[in-house]
Ligand binder design. Structure first.
Ligand SMILES: Cc1cc2nc3c(=O)[nH]c(=O)nc-3n(C[C@H](O)[C@H](O)[C@H](O)COP(=O)(O)O)c2cc1C
Length: 347
């Protein structure tokens, strides 16, 4: 068995290295309390994955403002009452030698009047398919949300997080500002990079230089073939360069389920496009299921680490088994969806 999955990944500078190349991708499990506070169920879930040899756990998308909630029973970090719950998650990860970080999130238009008790918001007036119509944020509200991201970052650090991630992917608020088909603003926030850069700078300022900051992005909002604002190699380059200058230390590249697909009409994978424009470490997610697939992806130079979601849902011991040369449980159809009923299929 190739051991490269189990070598530490330096993140540069004085940052702690990731203990191995197996990262648990962020997963919204909808098992928080109604208010979004951490429950025993969630702590146990993280502990099993850390005990299973996963070197790095990225906690689920965590709403930084009440108006940024995306799902019922999803986790929050919108005020100080949430911090203790996250500390419990960090502690169980550390007890097994894993690193833990939160994924700071605002859903923007991907929400409903019913869930929020108010209208969802976005860069501009816009309705995301399947959701309630969102209204454009005022400039003052944008500044407030930037502060909310920074406050969520501070709370994450108080909880003991080893790193943080910004959820800039999948058509949520950060991505909505980047999408020029959604962001029609005529003020300074109409620059598609302005909001992602401002959030990144504010979070970097809040956490100081010692904590690594990851940024998750995807080109597509809903699915690999969903209609989207055209992103070109040039606009991707501008995005990566601006965010790196604002304080990003590593990329979490979300390819939906298609990390082997070429981008921009070429056969070049998204992560290889990223490498042309940035030398930062790349964590890649998207249908990487078996130890062999993960090892090959890294050995072929497409990523420095892999982010696994469904593979770690069905088998919390994935990494330990991979290290011993054993086969983890396979990801079968939609069997992993039982988590929606509160069952942990990977226990
Ligand atoms: C149940 C579930 C919840 C998810 N929640 C999030 C989330 O909160 N944030 C995020 O960026 N991606 C989320 N994702 C996407 C995964 O992190 C991952 O990118 C995607 O599932 C592809 O990886 P996989 O093929 O290993 O499952 C979720 C995926 C699943 C299956």
């Amino acid at each position: 068995m190739d051991t490269s999955l189990f070598s530490p990944l330096p993140l540069g500078g004085d940052f702690p290295a990731l203990p191995n190349r197996v990262v648990m991708g962020p997963m919204t499990l909808n098992q928080a309390s109604e208010s979004g506070h951490i429950t025993d169920w969630i702590v146990d879930w993280y502990e099993r994955r850390a005990a299973g040899g996963t070197g790095t756990l990225i906690g689920a998308a965590v709403f930084v403002s009440q108006g940024g909630r995306g799902w019922a029973n999803a986790v929050g970090i919108a005020d100080d009452s949430y911090t203790d719950g996250w500390r419990r998650c960090v502690d169980v990860a550390h007890a097994h030698g894993a690193l833990f970080g939160t994924q700071l999130f605002h859903g923007g238009a991907a929400s409903s009047n019913k869930l929020l008790g108010q209208q969802p918001v976005s860069a501009s007036d816009w309705t995301r398919e399947g959701f309630d119509p969102a209204r454009a944020l005022t400039e003052g509200e944008i500044e407030q949300i930037i502060d909310d991201f920074a406050a969520g970052a501070r709370r994450s650090i108080e909880a003991g997080c080893d790193f943080l991630e910004l959820h800039g992917a999948h058509g949520y608020l950060l991505h909505q500002f980047w999408r020029q088909d959604v962001n029609k603003r005529t003020d300074k926030w109409g620059d598609p990079l302005a909001f992602p850069v401002a959030v990144t700078q504010a979070v970097r300022a809040a956490i100081g230089p010692q904590i690594p900051l990851l940024y998750r992005f995807s080109i597509h909002a809903d699915a690999p073939d969903a209609p989207n604002a055209p992103v070109t190699p040039e606009s991707l380059q501008a995005f990566l360069v601006a965010l790196e200058a604002a304080g990003v230390d590593a990329w979490d590249i979300s390819c939906w389920r298609e990390s082997r697909r070429g981008y921009f009409g070429t056969e070049t994978l998204l992560s290889d496009w990223v490498r042309q424009f940035s030398s930062k470490p790349r964590i890649v997610a998207g249908n990487i299921l078996t130890p062999q697939e993960a090892t090959d992806y890294i050995n072929e130079g497409h990523a420095e680490a892999v982010a696994l979601a469904r593979a770690l849902i069905v088998d919390s011991q994935w990494a330990n088994k991979a290290q011993k040369g054993e086969l983890p449980r396979p990801v079968l159809d939609d069997s992993w969806r039982v988590i929606n009923q509160g069952t942990d299929p990977g226990a």
